[in-house]
Design a protein around this ligand. Sequence first.
Ligand code: PHB
Length: 396
Amino acid sequence: MRTQVGIVGGGPAGLLLSHLLHLQGIESVVLERRSREDLETTVRAGVLEHGTAGLLNEVGVGERMLREGSVHHGIELRFDGRGHRIDFADLTDGLSITIYGQQEVVKDLIRARLEANGKILFEARAESVEDPDTDSPKIRFLQDGQQEEISCDYVAGCDGSFGVCRTRIPENARTEYTRTYPFGWFGILVEGPPSTEELIYTLHDRGFALVSTRSPEVQRLYFQCDPQDDVEEWPDERIWDELSTRLATHDGWELAGGKIFQKDIVQMRSFVCEPMQHGRLFLAGDAAHIVPPTGAKGMNLAVADIRVLAHALTEFYRSEDMRLLDAYSETCLRRVWRAQRFSWWMTSMLHRFDRSDSFQLKVQQAELDYVTTSRAAATTIAENYVGAALGTSHPL
Ligand code: PHB
C-alpha cells in the first residue's frame, strides 16, 4: 500500500489532518487502533477555543457544532464562597468558546472523510515507523491478525501519549519535559438539568471543583481527588456531598442533581517532547505534549498543530518548498509552551497542594482576588482561555 501522508491515529488531530489535506488534493491514509464505535463514544474534552471552532466551520465540518454546540462568553471563578465572572466578550473584543464534545468533533470528521471516500482503517494497530530519515518512510501495522505495511512521503504521528511514533525519535535527539501533579480529577457525567449557564471553576479548602456541561441534558462535573483513588470508593452520595461542599456560596447557590451515569479519574500531567519532528516523521497533539485539563487546552493544541502541519505539507506538495516543514517543530513549540504555562498556572492557582500549607492557600486566594478585580489580570485569563494569546495564528 502507498499513500502521500500516512497518519497514525484517528483522534481529532489525525482525522482533521486527513480532511485538510484532502481539501488540498493530497492523499492520506489514517490508521486507528480502536473501533469506530469506541472512538465515537469515548467522552473526553469539551471546550473549543474561538479559533478552533472557527477553523472547523471554515473547512466545512462545523454545521452540527453550530446547531448543537453552545457558545459561552465567560466563565466563573469561585472562591471564599463567592463567584466572580471573567467576561471574555468584554475582555477580548467579543471572542468566545464553544462547548462541544471531542467525540462529536470526531464523529463529524469521520463522516466527512468517509463521504469523500477517505481511507480510515479502524482496528489497525501501528507497530512501528520505519526509515523516517529517508524519503520513503513506512508504517508497519497489524490488521485482522495480518502484518501490513504502508509506504508514504511523510508520516504524521497523531497516536497520543502512549503511541509508537514519539519513541521513533532517537533518544539522543529528544528531550522530554514532565511535571506530575499530586492529585487527579474525579469526573462524572450526569443526566439532569444544568446548575449554571457558564463553567464554574472553584477553589475550596477541600480542593478544586469544576461544573461543566455537555448538552442541556448532560452535565460534566469534576473535583480534585487523590490520584490513587478508585471510583469504587465514591458512591453517588459521597460525590454529591463533596461537590456541594466545595461549590457552596454565602448566598445559598445550589448544585442541580441528577443521575450519574459515568465516573472516571483523570490523571494530571504536563509533558512536552522536543523536537516534534524527526526526518519525515511529524508529531501532533498528545503524541508530543500533554496539558493538565484546567486550562481546557488539550484538543485546541492538537488542532493548532494540525493547522501548521497541513499548511506546511501543502506548501511542500505545491512547490517542493521545505521551509515550513523544517520550521514545524519550532513554530508549534512556541504555542505549546505558552499553553503549558497557562495550564500549569491555572492548575497551580486552583488546586490544594499540601493541605497543611495554609500560607499557600492564602496566596492562591489573593491571586484569585487579583485576577477577578484587576481588568489587566482578568484579561490574561480571558485571552489565554479563548486562545487569542497563545502565539501567532497560521493561515490554512
Ligand atoms: C469538560 O467539560 O470536560 C472540561 C471543561 C473545562 C476544563 C476541563 C474539562 O477546563
